[in-house]
Design a protein around this ligand. Structure first.
Ligand SMILES: C[S@@+](CC[C@H](N)C(=O)[O-])C[C@H]1O[C@@H](n2cnc3c(N)ncnc32)[C@H](O)[C@@H]1O
Length: 230
């Protein structure tokens, strides 16, 4: 029987377009493609791993699920060996900066890619900037909290943003800032509290300036939420 997906992986699965040909980069136990193919949301996937142990787990999970004819398993680095026809990429469960390095290593492989789904829980500004620079815009975002970690799940879609992202958009997510939701509000309030605590500690001049800027951005975001909801 297919394993139950975590809240985070379910939110990622939600963002995959029905009928997509998905490459799941760093697939580990191939939970995402197995779920998507076995529920019929997609028919074909490529699961990719660059390490022998996870590759072998992934291969046996796909075989055990009886899906070897629908999910191809590749032992390769990042997106270096995408199958022809792959049109969406999930690159989840690894650092945001590493995920960007993987995408930037083969820009030519992104020509036929319509969407990229990522779930960085840090380095979000860099992720939003770097993937946008590869010719994508942020079409959807959601935030989930699992095991005390807040994950922003971002769906990038091919094409430029209609208007350039502001600093607040890059920090908090242009779509999340509009959609908000209880998890997002909780995250902003928590970040504000943590930054305030840091500002009450002895800090170098540079660190104080940095955290003051973060504090102001968070406060502006909270204010924007409050004035919009009036
Ligand atoms: C923590 S697992 C994430 C599994 C799953 N994607 C998820 O979101 O739960 C990260 C996986 O990425 C794989 N990985 C790291 N760098 C990679 C690369 N350059 N190419 C392919 N896989 C990579 C690791 O071997 C590891 O199994």
């Amino acid at each position: 029987m297919a394993k139950k997906l975590s809240k985070r992986l379910l939110a990622i699965a939600e963002m995959v377009d029905p009928g997509a040909y998905l490459a799941d980069v760093g697939s580990d136990h191939a939970l995402l493609p197995i779920h998507l193919v076995s529920t019929g949301k997609i028919s074909w996937a490529q699961a990719i791993e660059n390490k022998t142990g996870p590759f072998l787990h992934m291969q046996s999970a796909v075989t055990d699920a009886g899906l070897s004819s629908h999910i191809g398993c590749s032992k390769s680095d990042g997106i270096s060996s995408l199958y022809d026809g792959v049109d969406e990429i999930a690159i989840c469960g690894m650092g945001g900066l590493l995920s960007c390095d993987i995408l930037e290593a083969h820009p030519e492989k992104l020509t036929c890619i319509k969407a990229i789904i990522m779930d960085p829980h840090r380095d979000l500004i860099a992720v939003r900037k770097r993937v946008t620079a590869l010719g994508f815009h942020i079409a959807d975002e959601t935030m989930v909290n699992e095991d005390k970690v807040f994950y922003s799940i971002i769906k990038f879609v091919k094409g430029k943003p209609t208007t350039p992202y502001t600093n607040l958009d890059l920090s908090f997510g242009p779509v999340l800032r509009k959609k908000r939701g209880e998890t997002y509000e909780r995250w902003i309030a928590l970040q504000l509290k943590k930054t305030n605590l840091l500002l009450n500690q002895p800090l170098s001049k540079e660190a104080r300036e940095h955290y003051l800027a973060v504090y102001r951005a968070l406060r502006d975001e909270l204010k924007a939420n409050q004035s919009d909801s009036k």
